[in-house]
Design a protein around this ligand. Structure first.
Ligand code: NAI
Ligand code: MG
Length: 353
């Protein structure tokens, strides 16, 4: 089994190093993997003049699974796409056709006190946001900034989905719901956007194949409210690329911190890309402050979904629970009386557990 590690930028390398430690600890107890590392993001730009160097893409195509950190910085975000670190990740997801991005949102009982939300709202929260990842306004054309006849600049992006793209992610949503509590909520903006009217129609059609799954629909604005007000009612949420991006950051706060949210990006085959939901966090990079648990939990998802190592996945998840129960806390989830640790020490504690 081969794992390609893409640390990327900012806190990416810091948190990914902790996930690699956890994987080494797992390997010491059984499953063997080969791990190789490659450059992506601003790091790819510096090393090879491209946020997704050709060698990185080739290595990604050969690997069984990819563990990714974060790509991009505020500086490169403002450059044209070919010089933008974050664009390397978008291109990688697209090149590997990783269209289904699963973002589990689980309120760890040990962390309820660290959330800014009320205990009675978040206790028992266990949902998955399934974000479509290779279509929508992120990729639709026409796009760009031009000038009209009067010389005024116009920025354009296009929200675009084919019915095939909607259908395959809808199937993924229904299948996921079947393995959980049999509830799927599709989130769109069908009242205003043609693309989303088609979304609702196709999801409804696909739903006929899954009579055992309860399908509901919400507009994204209302969904963002319900997600905060009654998060326990949700099981699987399926939505488009941009709505999923925004809703899952909001949902992160149900867990206490975005530093707790892992994700898996899957295609039709077994290969997947696993990454924390957060970005490169330039505000805390290089300070040993980042929470590595999202990255470590992403490695657990990788063991489960791409490497067929369910037992090892559970061991990693149990280790995370254990260190939380022992009171280890990075600053983002700090509570009075807990044991304040940095990125490295948290990683060491999980690897030891
Ligand atoms: P961000 O997720 O990097 O940070 C948002 C806030 O959450 C910051 O205050 C940060 O300190 C905090 N945070 C994030 N991860 C944390 C962790 N593990 N532990 C503790 N605190 C954490 O989002 P932001 O600031 O919007 O973007 C920063 C850069 O990352 C930008 O250049 C952006 O383009 C890029 N980005 C990359 C992503 C990716 O590679 N998948 C996803 C989102 C943003
Ligand atoms: Mg985001």
């Amino acid at each position: 089994m081969s794992i390609l590690v893409l640390p990327g930028d900012g806190i990416g390398p810091e948190v990914t190093a902790q996930a690699v430690k956890a994987l080494r600890s797992v390997a010491a107890n059984g499953p063997q993997f080969e791990m190789a590392e490659a450059a992506i993001g601003d790091a790819g730009l510096h090393q090879a003049g491209d946020p997704l160097p050709e060698a990185t893409l080739e290595a990604a195509r050969r690997a069984d699974a990819i563990l990714f950190g974060a790509a991009g910085t505020y500086e490169s975000d403002l450059l044209p796409p070919e010089k933008r670190g974050g664009h390397g990740l978008l291109r990688l997801r697209k090149a590997l056709d990783l269209f289904a991005n699963f973002r589990p949102v689980y309120a760890f009982p040990e962390l309820i006190g660290a959330s800014t939300l009320r205990r009675e709202v978040i206790e028992g929260v266990d949902l998955v946001v399934l974000r479509e990842l290779t279509g929508d306004i992120y990729f639709g054309t026409p796009r760009g900034v031009e000038r009209d006849a009067s010389g005024q600049r116009i920025g354009t992006n296009t929200m675009r989905y084919t019915e095939g793209e909607i259908r395959r992610v809808a199937h993924a949503g229904f299948r996921a719901a079947r393995q959980r509590r049999h509830k799927l909520c599709s989130v769109d903006k069908a009242n205003v956007l043609e693309t989303m009217a088609l979304w609702r129609e196709v999801v409804t059609e696909v739903g006929r194949d899954y009579p055992d799954v309860e399908l509901t629909h919400l507009y994204v604005d209302a969904a963002s409210m319900h997600l905060i007000r009654r998060p326990r009612d949700f099981d699987v949420i399926v939505t488009g690329n941009i709505f999923g991006d925004i809703l899952s950051d909001a949902a992160a706060m149900l867990t206490g911190s975005i530093g707790m949210l892992p994700s898996a990006s899957l295609g039709e085959g077994g290969r997947g890309l696993y990454e924390p939901v957060h970005g490169s966090a330039p505000d805390i990079a290089g300070q040993d402050k980042a929470n590595p648990l999202a990255s470590i939990l992403s490695a657990a998802m990788m063991l489960r979904h791409s490497l067929g190592q369910e037992e090892a996945a559970r061991a990693v998840e149990a280790a995370v629970r254990e260190v939380l129960a022992e009171g280890y806390r990075t600053p983002d989830i700090m509570e009075p009386g807990a044991r304040s640790v940095g990125t490295e020490a948290m990683g060491d504690a999980v690897a030891a557990a």
